[in-house]
Design a protein around this ligand. Structure first.
Ligand code: C5P
Length: 224
């Protein structure tokens, strides 16, 4: 089978990264979590009190940000490093989730992230998930998937994930965050979240992980 680029876009918490990791493992591809890059930039801005509405401050700050996925030898997955520090866990915290969509709507931040993402695709054999991967980063990808799931199901999934780390989190807080992020992501001026014309829709509200993988593996076969 020839190596291809697989893009997975969609709303927050509909299982994009779970599917992407399953596929990468099965196909021996590299998984790239583009959202981690926006989260890491957001973390840097918060930590360094960068005003992301001031273009010159953003420009200066981005010049000081070095992002890198460093492979975890146990899981084989890339973990987000920000200026040499592993921030894979910190970037999942609510303080970052609350601001990331605002930061990801800033033109210069998107240009910064997209340029690096495009470079990662030169090798093929990758699965990248995000919001604009099939439309902007890899418009010529061989297989594009647009994922969706019912909001109640997405809220439950994300709540479960966050509750394991923070017992104070509420379902309502998670729901509000997801809805707000989806709204900002879908309505921003620059590369808003939308389905690429040639993407296949995958609604996984009622699919098990195995069902989902089996279905998508068929699409991979068709595309290779
Ligand atoms: O995928 P994840 O939920 O970790 O992404 C965090 C945020 O990063 C999204 O809510 C979105 O605002 C932004 N993002 C984006 N474009 C991407 C990936 C993520 O704007 N390709």
């Amino acid at each position: 089978m020839r190596k291809i680029i697989i893009t997975i876009d969609g709303y927050s918490s509909c299982g994009k990264s779970t599917l992407a990791k399953q596929l990468a493992k099965k196909l021996n591809y590299t998984y790239i979590d583009s959202g981690a890059m926006y989260r890491a930039v957001t973390l840097y801005f918060i930590q360094n009190r960068v005003d992301w509405l001031a273009p010159e401050k953003v420009h200066e700050a981005l010049g000081n940000i070095h992002l890198e996925f460093v492979q975890n030898s146990l899981t084989g997955l890339g973990e987000m490093n920000l200026n040499g520090e592993n921030v894979e866990h910190t970037i999942r915290e609510m303080i970052v989730a609350e601001k990331v969509s605002e930061v990801a709507a800033v033109r210069e931040v998107r240009e910064f992230a997209v340029a690096q993402q495009k470079k990662m695709g030169t090798r093929k054999g990758i699965v990248m998930d995000g919001r604009d991967i099939g439309t902007v980063v890899f418009p010529h990808a061989e297989l594009k998937i647009f994922m969706t799931a019912e909001i109640a199901i997405r809220v439950q999934r994300r709540f479960k994930e966050l509750y394991e780390k923070n017992k104070n989190i509420t379902l309502d807080e998670v729901k509000q965050n997801l809805e707000l992020r989806d709204y900002i992501d879908a309505n921003r001026e620059i590369s808003p979240l939308r389905k690429a014309e040639d993407a296949i829709i995958l609604d996984n509200s009622h699919l098990t992980h195995d069902d989902q993988l089996q279905l998508v593996m068929q699409w991979v076969e068709d595309a290779t």
